[in-house]
Design a binder for this molecule. Structure first.
Ligand SMILES: Nc1ncnc2c1ncn2[C@@H]1O[C@H](COP(=O)(O)OP(=O)(O)OP(=O)(O)O)[C@@H](O)[C@H]1O
Ligand SMILES: [Mg+2]
Length: 207
């Protein structure tokens, strides 16, 4: 993979995530963690090689299938990507609305997940009024609310204290237990459970 005409930032990667994997991706800053995740949630395309998701070759996907695949993936981005003019509640509810779920049936779930990440009293706040760690927790709640088949999280604990970091990893582990395949990029080696799969990337290649 390369960005535009730039140098290759990922090469010789041979990786299969199995359904049900709980995997962590680590490596130095600039090694290619975010780039690899971008390929996996269809934000970028590989300049050569094969990327398949849920058994489908992503290079030849009709737009409709691409959208369907994208809906099966929950993503926590390094910069959160919240919608500033929507409340915390509405940001988290968005994936469910996209799935066509009616408000009456999702309202309770949205409140429950926001309580779980410690934001039960910020339902009506707008993202620009939140701290970095609070925004991060909204992004995580939004990524897990629709129980995605695949959860991709880029530095999801980078802005919270160690206790909240451990709590968020427990949330991901619980998602994994009920069937979500999880891939988390992190610099925080202490957060990685001994039982998890650990992938290490260096200079654009997995070691
Ligand atoms: N949008 C972009 N355009 C051009 N080059 C980019 C872009 N994003 C990343 N890169 C380059 O790709 C390489 C890998 O970057 P990437 O963001 O994947 O690293 P990372 O492992 O996620 O780093 P960090 O730990 O700092 O988040 C770096 O050399 C970076 O400069
Ligand atoms: Mg990154």
């Amino acid at each position: 993979m390369r960005y535009g005409e730039g140098p290759e930032v990922l090469h010789d990667i041979d990786l299969t995530l199995a359904q049900g994997d709980f995997a962590f991706l680590t490596g130095p800053s600039g090694a290619g963690k975010s780039s690899l995740l971008k390929l996996m949630y269809l934000r970028e395309q590989a300049s050569r090689g094969l990327i398949s998701l849920f058994g489908q070759d992503t290079a030849v996907l009709p737009d409709a299938n691409r959208a369907l695949i994208r809906r099966r993936i929950g993503v926590v981005l390094q910069d959160f990507a919240l919608i500033d003019h929507l409340s915390v509640f509405e940001n988290v509810a968005l994936p469910l609305r996209i799935h066509g779920v009616r408000r009456a049936s999702y309202a309770e779930d949205v409140v429950e997940i926001l309580r779980w990440v410690g934001l039960g009293d910020r339902l009506n706040s707008l993202p620009p009024t939140l701290s970095g760690g609070e925004k991060q927790r909204v992004a995580i709640a939004r990524a897990v609310i629709a129980k995605p088949d695949l959860l991709i999280a880029d530095e999801p604990t980078g802005n919270v204290d160690p206790e909240m970091g451990a709590r968020l990893i427990r949330l991901f582990a619980e998602m994994n237990r009920i069937g979500t395949t999880v891939l988390i990029a992190t610099h925080d080696l202490d957060l990685i459970p001994a039982s998890a799969r650990h992938l290490i990337i260096q200079d654009g290649s997995l070691s």
